[in-house]
Write a protein that binds this ligand. Sequence first.
Ligand code: SAM
Length: 247
Amino acid sequence: MTTCNLQIEYPDKSCVLDQDEEFFHVVTDDGQERIKIHEYDRVYDIPGLYEEVVYNRLQCDSPQVISDLLKDTLQDHGDGQDPLRVLDFGAGNGIVGECLREAVDTEAIVGIDIIKEAKKAVKRDRPEIYDDYYVMDLSQPESHDEEKLNNWNFNALVTVAALGFGDIPTQAFINAFNLVNNNSWVVFNIKDRFFSEDDETGYNEILQDMIGNNLKVYKKHHYCHRLSMAGEPLYYYAVVGRKEVNF
Ligand SMILES: C[S@@+](CC[C@H](N)C(=O)[O-])C[C@H]1O[C@@H](n2cnc3c(N)ncnc32)[C@H](O)[C@@H]1O
């Protein structure tokens, strides 16, 4: 993909903000543009910007961590099943799809994101990664969208860095969980606070319920997802499990 020749200015390390408030400046001939990391439409529109800020500067390694955990789990518990038909939910500009293709045997990877700029960035930067990519809102999926997705016969759901923080709401995650077959691999990461009693997003409640009744967990790994702009580690849980029944 295009390499990044952008001039980016970062706030002083003393500027401590919650993740969804963090920003930087892109310097152009016309002046400075202030962009929040979570303004994904604006970030994806500039080739290489997401990779430079999130992966190089803030050292995010989650797509690789998640792919490697899935690979290890398949080696230990995969019982020689079919290659994976993966739904990458909140796929963004395709880095997760790229890592999954390298790490595990896939028959198909399909991306979904809620914004069209993500699909545009995938077409521009990683056109060969996804078998299809849909711009869809799974909070209240249309029946024709559900039908389209069911035709993929998914046996894996992967969601990286997209739960909580005003991104994927709990109902959309539940709908995606219910879209994949029983026995599917379900792999996701989530900020540790959202998977604890301090959670205010609703995720802790549904995950605890799911794990008790619908999802058998094989790995739960606490790790540094990325650094904050102030240089502090931001810890997430990565979870690999297998769906038992619909939620
Ligand atoms: C931090 S990015 C992560 C992108 C990618 N998974 C990665 O790890 O590089 C979060 C992504 O979730 C998407 N997103 C937010 N809300 C969503 C929703 N309700 N349904 C689908 N995608 C959503 C955003 O548009 C964005 O592309």
